[in-house]
Design a protein around this ligand. Sequence first.
Ligand code: ATP
Length: 336
Amino acid sequence: MSREIKRIGVLTSGGDAPGMNACVRAVVRTATNHGIECVGIRRGWSGLINSDFVPLNGNSVAHIINKGGTILYTARCAEFMNPEGRAKAINTCKLLGLDSIVAIGGDGTFRGALALSRQIAESGQKLSVVGVPATIDNDIGCSNYTIGFDSACNTAIEAIDKLRDTMQSHERCSVVEVMGRHAGFLALYVGISVGATAVLIPERELDFQNDVVEKIRRARLAGTTHFMIVVAEGVGKAYDIAKRIEEEVGIDPRVTVLGHIQRGGAPTARDRETASRMGYRAVQVLLEDTGNRVIGTRGGDILDIEMEEALNMVKPLQMYRYEVLENLTQGARFRT
Ligand code: ATP
């Protein structure tokens, strides 16, 4: 199957992620090469409601592949959650003559895209939507990888390496809070990569004695004099963890909340390259006319999945990574 597409609306929505710009560029350049016009919808779904847009061409996306954030801005939009809000968005689609949308963001963004497409279908019109996963949490079920994850990991690692220098010098314990309200991918990858003493993730019920206290003790008995505890924000506040460590281990940890710094910065090679391939694929999928789809990766390849099916998929954290971390921590096992 294939169809003629006239005009694609492209938007970024939800939390920003490094590599979103590379994806916008790929969508616009691929579309332009096929003679398709592109309109950038600003500030996510609220841009569609408020007719907040910018025409895009090959030149307007020059020199953005290396930039963090998103030139289209991003937002969360409560109004789009209800049919009245989406009715306004539909008017903008009609006004601009959009027949397709590429929505770059997380699963909330894709749910919005699906709701919009269905509501337009009720009036007998067709709007094809393609979702491209971009979130530093890497928590999209249908895709092994999401744009921004690698950059966020590297940003966190760089910051923690610096912390380690000073913690080592003062023989201290550091408690670092990283992003991840519901998913521990970021915390675990970062924890393995910095050689953390312990990593606390939302997927594992916290057993403070075994997961923190004993690990610090064993590391100390094995000769370590500084400790790095990485906490995903979904587990609890780093300050509370630090207080419990102080009470139960008798050391005075220093707390660092990395916060939004993890979202910024230039995208890594992996994010630029993946975003480029995903954006390219998004336009191909629209041309193939196979319905509403989400782009994903599996085994390094780019694929696309029917949107509703994609939204029902879950991606469990591979717990063997946790095992790896535990086995590599200094003093992980008592040696006899
Ligand atoms: P992140 O992973 O960074 O949080 P996300 O895309 O999941 O990204 P959300 O805030 O969940 O971020 O969703 C982005 C926007 O998508 C919402 O602000 C809302 O406008 C729209 N949206 C989310 N869920 C729905 C839904 N069920 N129906 C309609 N619109 C939705």
